[in-house]
Design a binder for this molecule. Structure first.
Ligand code: CUA
Length: 351
């Protein structure tokens, strides 16, 4: 189902548009909770689109707000005029004014005008929906399969042959066609500056497209309560120039690095329960419950944006994942300090 309540809500939120009224009414509450700044996130704004369809959604919302603003001004203007013009005065006697029962002109006017307004708004909306929805993959587009998990995003590039997590990389100017699936509960995929919001539902494939128009890093977030760590189900999108994207793809396609200095850590990884959940291409490819770690260090954050991705955080994470992300599905492995140090050393060599 494409137009699930969440996407309507997304469009509705976006409909504040560039209009200042929309900013005040909607912008205030819509933006601050999205994406934590402690891992370098920043706050995305619906009012600063950097891609289609976000730009079209904003334009559409602005138009709706403007039409509604004109109606508001006309109605409130007439009301104010009436209240002032016909207020009680000393010259009034107690006679009732002439009583009018039924006026064809008036009744036709206040029936036809609103009907016409609703029809116009309906046609504009239908036109937008048709223009923005793409159920089949456009030719020349980049396919990405997005799978929502409690509480992280799996990102597969099926035509390019690799899987990553929590950081979506896209080339500038090329349409990306996303298939959204869930591995457990209902999530919602929301990139405020790039596209609308779409539910990610178990046993269903929803589709979304994005055509980035600006390079940079843009943050997004799961927008449907999906359990304890819903708020830490963040997503980062990196939009690159095409050649930079190609380079990133080539690096991701490689198998995991094998650094001799980390042979012990690698062996430890391969021997522990880590492998039941995590794939490191070229070493072990059994696990798929947790994020693919083949190029772990090419990502800027750990735990779907809950911490910066560096060796110190890795040590913290391996010692007690719950400490960084309470409720996380990854258990503390109860390893010794030296084992954790070796493991963190190995993982931080996976560039
Ligand atoms: Cu996934 Cu909220």
């Amino acid at each position: 189902m494409r137009s699930c309540p969440q996407s309507i809500a997304g469009a509705f939120v976006s409909k504040g548009g560039g209009a200042w009224a929309g900013r005040i009414l909607i912008g205030l509450w819509a933006t601050p909770s999205v994406a934590r700044a402690d891992a370098g996130g920043g706050t995305p704004s619906l009012f600063m689109p950097v891609a289609e369809p976000a730009q079209s959604i904003l334009d559409y919302g602005t138009l709706l707000v403007l039409i509604c603003a004109v109606i508001f001004v006309v109605v409130m203007g007439l009301l104010t005029f009436t209240v002032i013009r016909f207020r009680a005065s000393a010259a009034d006697n107690d006679e009732e004014p002439p009583q009018v029962y039924g006026s064809d002109q008036l009744e036709l006017a206040w029936t036809i005008v609103p009907v016409l307004i609703v029809i116009v708004l309906g046609l504009i909306t239908a036109g937008r929906i048709v223009a923005l929805q793409k159920d089949t993959r456009p030719e020349g587009s980049l396919a990405v399969r997005v799978v929502g998990h409690q509480w992280w995003w799996e990102l597969e590039y099926p035509d390019l042959g690799f899987v990553t997590a929590n950081e979506l990389h896209l080339p500038l100017g090329q349409v990306a066609f996303l298939t959204l699936e869930s591995d457990d509960v209902i999530h919602s995929f929301w990139l405020p500056q790039l596209a609308g919001k779409l539910d990610v539902i178990p046993n269903r494939k929803n589709t979304m497209w994005i055509e980035p128009q600006k390079t940079g890093m843009f943050v997004g977030q799961c927008a449907e309560y999906c359990g304890t760590q819903h708020a830490n189900m963040l997503l980062r999108v990196f939009v690159h120039e095409p050649e930079d994207f190609e380079r990133w793809v080539r690096e991701q396609q490689l198998e995991a690095r094998r650094v001799d200095a980390h042979a012990e850590g690698r062996a430890l990884f391969a021997q522990t329960a880590c492998v039941n959940c995590h794939t490191v291409r070229g070493l072990t490819e059994i696990g798929s419950f947790g994020p693919d770690l083949t190029h772990l260090m090419s990502r800027t954050t750990l735990a779907a944006g809950a911490a910066a991705n560096d060796e110190a955080s890795l040590v913290d994470w391996l010692t007690d994942p719950d400490h960084i992300k309470p409720g996380v599905r990854m258990p503390a492995m109860k390893l010794s300090h030296s084992q954790i140090a070796r493991l963190a050393g190995y993982l931080s060599s996976l560039e």
